[in-house]
Design a protein around this ligand. Sequence first.
Ligand SMILES: [Zn+2]
Length: 395
Amino acid sequence: MLFDLEHTARINDVKSCTSGQCQWVRRAKPNTNSCSLHDLKLTKSEYGKQEKAYADINNFDPRSIIPHPDTLNRKLREGLQHVYSSAVGLHVLSHCPPPTVDEDILQSFITLDENIDSVEEVEAIEIFSIYDIRDNFVSLHNIQVSASESVDTQLVSQFFEAISLTQEQADMINEKTKGQGETEFWVKQRVGRLTASNFYKICHLRETTNRDNTLRELLNYCPLPPERTPVQFQWGHDKEQAAIDLYSKKFQKRHKGQCVNKSGLVVNTSWPHLGASPDGIRCCECCGKRVVEIKSLFSKRNLPPHIAASEYIIKVNGKYKLKTETRWYYQIQGELATTCFKIADLIIYTNKGILVIEVEFNVEFWKAMLKKLTDFYIGYMIPELLTQKILQKLP
Ligand SMILES: [Zn+2]
């Protein structure tokens, strides 16, 4: 580099800046006027721009706030207490009551514009659960909670409209339930909605079947205590991450920038009465996003996945496909519809490994499902939400 520079300078016969004599660079327009510091203004003048008033340097205190000795004393005590509660210093530091500020003074301080550093507009997004909306609705329309009362169809359709939500609210629900596991918020948002894992059951209710048991289950009227959670649920839950790891490994070479993210509760604004919680969302640069659903079979955990899941899958032209008349297919169709993705990867997991089966969104199938689900919601779920007839009858 240096040789190159030297060569260039020599060939062009141009002296470098350091090879000549030092020179004073003359200032274009010397400013010879002196002024006191007080009058010094370091601003760039611009046409039409008003000069800014700066703080008076003579009365300027660089400290932002001068703390009151009592405040200092209190903070020191609190800090010491926190760090070392048996410190001798605590006896020496005097106890003083926390400062009290007169309400009026505080009010006038807050209302003065000059005391506000910056104003930020924050748009509040309120999220209600179906039960929040229900409680409001019941008191607004004075609906009597009773075991015999039936509810007016007009009110049912009004309630169905009342549970609608905006895209911002749906996004917020998803965001707040992402990667959080079973939080109270998640449970609250789910109860009162039909969720994808129940779609098969709801779509297969016979005309003659009494709906009470189904509703009792869907509305979680008799929750199992955590210690009575069936062992297969816990096993399945524990194996979920192992399944995702195997799955990621299997596909990462073939897909650019692949990642599998946790998903929260997905509510589609078109169907606010439904919800889905896919196990994951896979993203890659080449194929976009797809739903990931993991199924583990506890009772057949020591069999290879294609044998363990033989009642759910069928081999067509050498490729495994998920049978349509299965709980899994209904759940996955529900997840695809609510997320608006076109493809899902079903991962069947056992101790012997994983089997991945692609499931495509089936629009016609979904339309038929949606009709059954909505009929059930309007015909049975809303009346129960409003009157709580079945809840009243519980022992
Ligand atoms: Zn890809």
